[in-house]
Design a protein around this ligand. Structure first.
Ligand code: HEC
Length: 118
């Protein structure tokens, strides 16, 4: 009787453990500028699949207030909000991101949410 419950609990725990950087990416607003898949929007560069060492260096530079573009100053406070270990993990997470924007993924992600509520 306890087995199904345990399975559900383990699933929840493992999802939370794996989703840390993804959750941070969503919660800290990164997705609103860089896109939910890190694909980049307008002046906010693509992050998905970039080299980990470059992402790490850029985030450290931005944390120190060094930007590449004038519009980039908008990014400084977001970089400052990340701890050094979060910069390490975030760079790894973004470099490994492979998902590209496609219709199928949108349907899977948004259909259930749309059905809730009303
Ligand atoms: C208000 C919009 C905005 C938000 C929110 C934002 N960024 Fe940025 N980000 C930018 C812009 C603009 C740049 C370009 C900075 C520059 O000119 O150097 C940038 C640059 C970067 C870079 C360096 C990429 C490169 O190629 O130079 C990384 C990495 C990055 N952002 C990660 C993040 C993360 C992680 C978050 C969330 C914690 C975040 N950003 C939130 C706008 C944003």
């Amino acid at each position: 009787m306890l087995k199904p419950l345990l399975a559900v609990l383990l699933t929840i725990l493992s999802i939370q453990a794996n989703d840390t950087m993804e959750q941070l990416y969503m919660k800290n607003g990164c997705s609103s500028c860089h896109g939910i898949y890190g694909e980049g929007i307008g002046a906010s560069p693509r992050l998905q699949g970039q080299r980990e060492d470059i992402l790490r260096k850029r985030l450290k530079d931005l944390k120190k207030g060094r930007t590449r573009t004038a519009f980039g100053t908008i990014m400084i406070s977001f970089a400052k909000a990340l701890s050094d270990s979060q910069i390490e993990e975030m760079s790894k997470y973004l470099a490994a991101l492979k998902t590209t924007v496609n219709e199928e993924r949108y349907e899977i992600e948004y259909d259930p949410a749309g059905d809730g509520g009303s």
